[in-house]
Structures are given as C-alpha cells and as structure tokens.
Design a protein around this ligand. Structure first.
Ligand code: MG
Length: 199
C-alpha cells in the first residue's frame, strides 16, 4: 500500500495547475478549500447511496435488473471518484507540507485515540477536513504553526477513507487509479481547469 500511496502523492503534482494561476501564499488555502468541498461531495454521494438503498435494499424493484445494476455501478463509481478527489487534495496538502502520506498515516496510527479505530464513519472525514480549515484559520490569525496537527488530520482522513472504501489494498488502489485516469484524461484534453465532474 505505502509505495502506491506515495507514488500517487507525487503524481498529483503533474495535475496541480492551480500553482500556475494562484500566488504561492494561497496554495495551502486553495487545497484546504478544495478538500472541504470534496469531503462534502463525498458525503453527499454516500448519503444518496444510502437513501436509495433504504427501505428497498440495494435493488430498486421498480427498475429492471439491467437498470439496477447500471444504477449501482454509477453510484459506486461516483463514490470512487469523490473519494479520489479527497485524496488528490490531501496529497497536495501533504506535498506543500513536505511530508509523505504514508508518514501522515503512521503518525495518525501512533496517536489514534481509542474509538476512532475500526469505525467506518464518513462524517469523520468531513470533520477532519473542517478541522484542517480551523487550524489554518488560527494559523492565519495567530501566526501559529499547526504543521503537526495538519499531518495528524491528513493521516486520519486516509485512515477513514481506507476503512470506508474497503479494508484491502485493491479497493483503495482503485480509488487512486480512478482519480489518475480521470485527471490524466482531463489533462490530455486540456480541461483540467473548469468545474463539474463530467468534463
Ligand atoms: Mg468531486
């Protein structure tokens, strides 16, 4: 897992076009804003999945089996895409902090509070993204260094995503792979800049 994670982290620099358009002093803020947007999107996709699974179960009996499968696949793919977007922003954050994602994860595991372990709770991803924004807010106001806390929160986000996506490397690899394919395609077509997921 670790080499894949760190290779992915390095790769994200090749699609970090914000650096060409934004003053360096705002790079960290940009990534923190992006992270929070994507964490919210991930939560939205997940809650849509849950809403549509209840109370009829995974399959919607009003739809044909083919449409059911297409719908499930689409929702699963959207989830993978949004999880990948979160990974992209925390990779960029970690790059700006000069730390490897695997080290963030290790740090989190070392200091993890009891109760965090084994909970596949997506709200924690949103909470941690917000926490990073809070640290940044304070660092702007008080000129305090929160590097250590950033690292811990980044590790926490990876830890949560890993638990949510599936507790095996293949599933997590798929998140990273899906993100690389999506962004490489946009890069090749010159549409990295812009908005909306279907570019
Ligand atoms: Mg997104």
């Amino acid at each position: 897992m670790t080499p894949i994670l760190n290779d992915y982290q390095k790769w994200t620099d090749s699609t970090a076009i914000y650096r060409q358009n934004i003053d360096q002093m705002h790079w960290l803020n940009y990534c923190i804003l992006g992270l929070n947007e994507e964490a919210g999107e991930l939560l939205k996709v997940k809650s849509d999945m849950t809403l549509r699974q209840v109370p009829k179960g995974l399959f919607d009996s009003s739809l044909s089996p083919e449409l059911n499968i297409a719908s499930i696949m689409e929702r699963a793919e959207n989830f993978l895409k949004e999880a990948g977007d979160v990974m992209w922003y925390i990779s960029q954050l970690a790059n700006l902090l000069g730390v490897r994602l695997s080290d963030c994860l290790d740090r989190f595991k070392e200091e993890v509070i009891e109760g965090w372990v084994d909970k596949e709770d997506l709200l924690k991803v949103v909470f941690l993204a917000g926490q990073i924004a809070g640290y940044q807010k304070k660092s702007l106001r008080d000129k305090t260094d929160f590097r250590d806390k950033f690292i811990l929160a980044i590790g926490g986000i990876i830890h949560r995503l890993y638990a949510i996506v599936g507790s095996n490397d293949t599933s997590f690899e798929l998140v990273l792979q899906t993100n690389m394919e999506k962004l490489s395609s946009r890069k090749d077509r010159g549409v990295l800049q812009g908005s909306g997921d279907n570019r």
